[in-house]
Each structure stands twice: as C-alpha cells, then as structure tokens.
Design a protein around this ligand. Structure first.
Ligand code: C2O
Ligand code: CU
Length: 464
C-alpha cells in the first residue's frame, strides 16, 4: 500500500526530527535494545546554543553534544546502561517512574554509592511498564539537572495502536543571564516559596521549535516536564487532541485536551489529529501565569492521510497491582513548612544549606550514609493508602520511587483513578493514594520542585 510506505517515511523523519539528531542514531538505539551491549551514558560538560546571545558554557549532558538522548526500551525486555562519570561532581542515574529493582534506582546511600569522576556504574533491568518516563541524576540534583542532565525515556509496547508519527518533547528552563551564561541556580527566598524559575524556556533545547507532522494523520505526542521548578498548564490549538496517558500510564478514559496542569517530573501523552491542509499549524502552549508561552508548533505536511482519533485502539494498561482497599493500612503524610531552620548537614551530593520544608514535621536531613528513619515500614505484598495533606500555600508534585499508586479521592476536586508516580497536590488539598507494596527496598518520596526536595521535602518508605 503506497499510503503505508509514505506514513512510514514520515514517521521516520518525524522521529528523527524529534530526537534533534541525524545519522548514527539507528545504531545507538539498536545497541540499547541488546542488554549485552549497554547504552553508554557518559556525563560531559559542553557548550550549547540555547540563546541567540551565543553558546552557553558549562552545560551538562550525556554524550558529546546536544541534549541527553531519548532512550528507547521495550516493555518487559532487558535493558542495560553504563553510567560513566566525566564531570567533576559525583553523580548517579535515577529512572523516573520505572518500577525496577531497588539497587537500580540511583539514589545515593539508600540504593547505591555515588559515582566519582572517572568511575562507572552499570544499570540493568527490564521495565515492566510501557509509556513515557525520564532519567536524571539523584546527586547534586539542582546543579546537575539545572545545567542539562534530564532526558526522556520511551518504553515501547508492540501492542500499541498505530500512529502516523511520534514526537518526543523534553520541556525545561535554564537560569541564564543576558549574555547566555549561567546565573545563580536558586535564590533562598524563592526556594521557600514556589521555587526559582528559569529565565530561558526550551523544548528539546530549542526555543519554540517547529516539527513537521503528516497532514490528516495521528501524531503521538510524548511530553515530559523535566524542569526543576516550573508547573505547566498545557493547551493545544489548531487540532483536536485527546489525552491518552499521564505519567506513563493510560488514562482510564480518554478525554479531549482543554487545559491540563502538570508539575515537574510529570508526563503527558496526547493523540493529536493533524489538520488536513498542508501548511496548517498546531500550537502547544503553556497558559499558566499571565503570559501564555508557545512551547512548540507542528506543521501539517503532505496530502491528508484522512485518519480519525476514533481509529485508535486503546493502550494496554500496565501491570500495576490493585490495592485491596478493605485491608489497606493508612499512612498519614503531611507537607508543611518548617520553622526549624537547621540546615541539613553537608553532603557529597550537595546541600542548599537551608531547611524550609518538612514531611510529617521532619525536614529531610540531607543525603547521608546514615539516613534518618523511614516515614513508614511497609510489608511486602500488603495494600496501603497514603493520606497526603498539603498545609502549605504552594503546589507540590510529590513523586514516589519504585511503585505506582492509584489516585482514589481528593478533598478539593473530582479525580480520575489515574495510575501514577507523581501527584501534583494543591494548597489545602487532602488526597488518598492507594498502592500495593510489591517492590522491596527503600523508596524515596519527595517533591519534584528540586529546591523543595533539597530543603526538606523528602522522605522514604521502606518495603520489607
Ligand atoms: Cu525524578 Cu527522586 O526523582
Ligand atoms: Cu514542593
């Protein structure tokens, strides 16, 4: 069928465009599929063109140039990566949202030693869930993520419905001055509020990039907010779109995208029906705050493929165990500011030098060889409900490692039973999150506004 050939060609070019790179990728992604040949993640300090003012120095990435690669894995199949540290600071890799063994989770002291310059660490696991995830360091996180170390992961499922194109968007800011060089990564007075915002916003390390997409085709848009601070309210104009997955899990029922607010660490997957007429554009914006901001645009190319959103079959649910609510034990979790301004103790993984926040009144003591007691000890295989309450006037994207939860109810809004690893809790909201403690180990739980994480809003659950 000629139409199919054309679709496949477009798909290949859209995917290549989304990766922002050219030749040579096939080999690298091919290598990632074979567990015997690990995907190399070597941290490096590079120059990058993020602003017109000229190249920014001291940008960090994995590889030699440009943004960290989109890593492709296959659901249930072995994946291996070797982290080689080429920068002066110790580092680790955390695979955000992947439910993998604890020793692969990348959290210094709790799950692995940090990796010094010149050293390496081998990660190997089989991702149980398909969807959009991401990876980043869990050591000196504000500095390392702020300078570039945030990449997207796509876990493919051969049973996924067929789209005509796929584009991956890595959304993040940079704290740059007018000369294009880094300015201070945070201001303490902002860390004690909503966090310190970047000055330059990028999509795949470019400002408002445009991508081609097949006219009349179905585009799978995978969006990851990898910024350290910014909450986004997405709006898409110029095309019909449906939300198909949030945080790596299919939504229980697809819905049309009106506006949707997600926080740092969260992911959104959209099915976008590209307009029929060649040259028509579709605009993705963040409309949170006073000035809406265009994140990227998509241009229809070619003759219309005449597809319909209704053509798309469902995404297969991930194999996340359902909690037994009748038997579940409740874990109270309160987010608050802390008056106790004892700075966390110094750590090789970096401290910001302040405590502003607490979980159950205890501010995290910093990444240490002898961490504080867990928030709760969970029995392997048992069901739990986390009763989380936000006593602060700010939103917090609270992320749990290693296990996915299901959103049960909220005191302030109607919630769908989403399966997720991150919940964006509003001021004065109380929410119930159910989970089965089916992954043994010490699992960090923290706010993904990294300044909050690093100034007290961190704890962990122990599953034995
Ligand atoms: Cu995105 Cu503790 O992680
Ligand atoms: Cu927070």
């Amino acid at each position: 069928m000629p139409a199919l050939t054309r679709r496949n060609l477009l798909k290949a070019s859209a995917v290549a465009a989304a990766y922002g790179t050219g030749i040579g990728l096939a080999g690298r992604f091919g290598a990632a599929e074979a567990a015997a040949d690990p995907f190399l993640l070597k941290t490096a300090k590079i120059k990058a063109n993020l602003m017109e003012a000229g190249a920014t120095r001291d940008v960090l990435t994995y590889g030699h140039e440009g943004m960290p690669p989109v890593i492709r894995m296959k659901k249930g199949e072995p994946f291996a990566a070797r982290l080689v540290n080429g920068i002066d600071d110790p580092t680790t890799v955390h695979w955000h949202g992947l439910r993998i063994p604890n020793r692969m989770d990348g959290v210094p002291f709790l799950t692995q030693p940090y990796v010094y310059k010149g050293d390496h660490f081998d990660y190997a696991f089989a991702p149980p869930d398909a969807g959009t995830f991401w990876y980043h360091p869990h050591c000196n996180t504000l500095e390392q993520m702020g300078h570039g170390l945030t990449g997207v992961i796509v876990v493919e499922n051969p049973k996924d419905p067929a789209f005509d194109a796929e584009i991956v968007l890595n959304l993040r800011d940079w704290r740059l001055g007018g000369d294009g060089q880094f300015i201070e990564q945070f201001r303490p007075r902002d860390a004690a509020k909503a966090g310190t915002y970047g000055t330059v916003r990028t999509t795949n390390w470019k400002q408002q990039p445009q991508y081609d997409a097949p006219a009349g085709g179905l585009l799978r848009l995978r969006i990851a907010i990898t910024d350290v601070t910014r909450i986004h309210t997405f709006k898409l104009e110029g095309a019909d779109a449906q939300v198909i997955a949030i945080d790596g899990n299919p939504v229980p029922a697809r819905f049309a995208l009106d506006v949707l607010t997600l926080g740092p660490g969260q992911r959104l997957e959209l099915a976008v029906r590209i307009p029929d007429s060649e040259g028509a554009t579709v605009t993705l914006s963040d409309v949170r705050g006073t000035t809406p901001k265009v994140l990227s645009t998509f241009r229809a190319v070619g003759a219309s493929l005449k597809r319909a959103l209704g053509d798309l079959g469902p995404l297969e649910a991930n194999p996340v165990a359902k909690a037994d609510l009748g038997a579940a034990e409740h874990i109270p979790l309160t987010l608050s500011a802390t008056a106790e301004n004892a700075p966390p103790s110094g750590s090789i993984c970096g401290t910001l030098g302040y405590s502003f926040w607490a979980i159950n009144k205890v501010p995290w003591g910093g990444d240490q060889p002898d961490p504080m007691a867990p928030l709760a000890e969970l029995k392997l295989g048992r069901s739990y409900v986390i009763d989380m309450e936000n006593l602060t006037p700010h939103l917090h994207p609270i992320h749990l490692h290693g296990m996915s939860f299901t959103v049960l109810s909220s005191s302030t809004r109607t919630v769908a039973p989403l399966v997720s690893d991150t919940y964006l809790i509003e001021p004065n909201e109380k929410v119930q999150l159910a989970l089965v403690a089916d992954n043994p180990g010490d699992w960090v739980l923290h706010c993904h506004i990294i300044e909050h994480q690093k100034t007290g809003m961190t704890s962990y659950l122990r599953v034995t």
